[in-house]
Ligand binder design. Structure first.
Ligand code: SF4
Ligand code: SF4
Length: 514
């Protein structure tokens, strides 16, 4: 019988570099780099795939891949240290690049997490054992995972994670649960093969009940709010956050079994105080603007889930800040209790803050390029300082948007730096499948990036259209993206956004219900 795989060196190293809070002392790790190299070499020489006899039980196999994920993560970080986040590595391919070997096979962190751990082991608690080097991750364990008693170890890890206030806070008075974004990112792992957003929500609550001792019946109808994920490096030598304004992540995702929209954009036109070269909707001071009418807001209320996400964009919404505040008040008075998001360039900082202060469940997302002054005129310093000060005092209310620029609108043919391209970040070149838009002109449009393109391909309905018809049309649109738009773009070697903005007329539109 072959020798079982041993983790003695890995355990000794972890005991030395992991702090009591589960952070990593990277300076010390750098001093012991030779030990980490040895661990990586051991993992590279044998795995459950190459030497199954050394991993007799399922727990032995699972433990190997958990250890491999964590060791390879530290190895990838230390190669670039000092960095402030795993998203700030030189090639931007932290999770995608196959830079390690496991039992002779080249693997990426994504391969281990998605294909092996999630794909081969039906064990949701892996998410409390793997650590991708970020503050939002569970604490790093100061010892290797071992096959023996692994399930108990994972149960303890889940309970420890959920005992942290940042990861789980139950507000019984407000009947609301604030929980880590991990439960949103991997909802299917926790809830099983649920079909709808509501089933996912209940599945997540069941998991919480099982691991906290809170009765499921008590929390079954509580609203679930997913916390922001902190991607700052889990570095013992640094403060936990990247800065006052973190990256924004969408709260809602399309679930196959849903029957209503979980998210809706509201678009007031492309009138703007900036003219960004790459603006997807050609925003400028020459753009159009139309105010929100009760008919449009009533239609939004009828079409969007009452606990969904309503997203205001333009153009620049702060140029009509009172209208936005009024519109938010209007939907609140009529029962909308979900999240309100304002996309803004932040130039009119004071007006943006006024909007946020008018509604406790609102957030703002600043344009990345303008916030950083990259490929765009920067924010005026006083506006930036004001927004950062307010954000520091109000965590989770102001974010920065994504770094990626899309080849849409004014930017359809522009060359971008490599690290601003979607595929650089593992997002591919296909359609990002946003939730749809309702414009102040009363039209449902399938894509917020293409809102200025009038074409039957995007025409999901208008004010007065039955919300169920709008929803079914949106499904048809997504099918069309899968079956027509993305394959056609791939065949031509262009991005799907370029396909929409340059070659749309060559594609047959989906057959929508009218
Ligand atoms: S990207 Fe935003 S700030 Fe820039 S022109 Fe477009 S709407 Fe205005
Ligand atoms: S591919 Fe088309 S539909 Fe998809 S995000 Fe780009 S412009 Fe919108």
């Amino acid at each position: 019988m072959p020798d079982p795989f041993r983790y003695d060196v890995w355990s000794a190293l972890l005991a030395d570099i992991v702090t009591p809070e589960g952070k990593v002392d990277y300076a010390r790790l750098a001093e012991h780099r030779g030990l980490l190299e040895r661990v990586v070499a051991e993992l590279g020489a044998a795995s459950p795939e190459s030497d199954p006899g050394r991993f007799p039980s399922e727990e032995d196999r699972l433990a190997y891949w958990l250890n491999a994920y964590n060791a390879f993560t530290l190895h990838a970080i230390i190669a670039e240290y000092p960095i402030t986040s795993v998203w700030k590595t030189r090639d931007g391919q932290f999770f995608q690049r196959r830079r390690h070997v496991a039992g002779g096979r080249a693997v990426s962190l994504d391969d281990i997490e998605h294909e092996i751990l999630r794909g081969q082991f039906a064990e949701p608690r892996i998410h409390f054992a793997i650590n991708c080097g970020s503050n939002g991750c569970p604490p790093m364990r100061p010892a290797a995972y071992e096959g023996a008693r692994l399930r108990e170890t994972l149960r303890a890890a889940a309970e420890q994670f959920l005992s942290g206030e940042w990861n789980l806070r139950i507000d019984h008075a407000a009947r609301r649960i604030f929980i880590s974004r991990i439960f949103k990112m991997y909802a299917g792992d926790f809830a099983g093969e649920a079909g709808t957003t509501e089933e996912y929500r209940r599945g997540v609550l069941r998991f919480v009940a099982r691991h906290t001792g809170v009765a499921f019946e008590r929390i079954a109808d509580y609203e679930v709010v997913y916390n922001v994920y902190d991607w700052g490096l889990n570095d013992a030598a640094r403060t936990p956050h990247l800065g006052p304004i973190l990256f924004h992540e969408p709260v809602e995702h399309f679930a196959e079994g849903d029957t209503e929209l979980r998210e809706l954009h509201l678009y007031e036109g492309n009138f703007c105080n900036r003219t960004c070269a790459w603006c997807t909707i050609n925003g400028s001071p020459q753009g159009w603007y139309e105010r929100y009418s009760p008919a449009v807001l009533d239609q939004a209320l009828a079409t969007l889930a009452p606990d969904g996400n309503l997203k205001f964009y333009g153009g620049e919404p702060t140029l009509h800040a009172e209208e936005i505040t009024r519109a938010i008040r209007y939907v609140r008075e009529r029962g909308f209790r979900g999240l309100v998001t304002i996309f803004s360039n932040g130039v009119k900082a004071e007006r943006l803050i006024d909007i946020l202060e008018s509604d406790a469940r609102s957030e703002a997302v600043l344009n990345y390029s303008i916030y950083h002054g990259r490929d765009a005129e920067p924010l005026p310093p006083h506006a930036k300082a004001r927004l950062e000060a307010w954000a520091a005092a109000h965590p989770g209310r102001i974010f920065q948007g994504y770094k990626v620029l899309f080849h849409a609108g004014s930017g359809a043919d522009l060359p971008y730096d490599r690290d601003r391209e979607a595929d650089f970040h593992g997002l591919g070149t296909g359609c990002v499948r946003c939730f749809p838009v309702l414009t102040t002109k009363g039209r449902f449009h399938a894509c917020p990036f293409a809102a200025e393109i009038e074409a039957p391909h995007y025409d999901l309905g208008r004010v007065g259209t039955d919300p169920q018809v709008v929803f079914r049309n949106y499904r048809s649109f997504r099918r069309w993206v899968d079956e027509v738009l993305d394959p056609e773009a791939r065949a031509r070697g262009v991005t799907s956004c370029q396909m929409c903005h340059r070659h749309l007329a060559e594609l047959a539109a989906p057959a929508y219900e009218r």
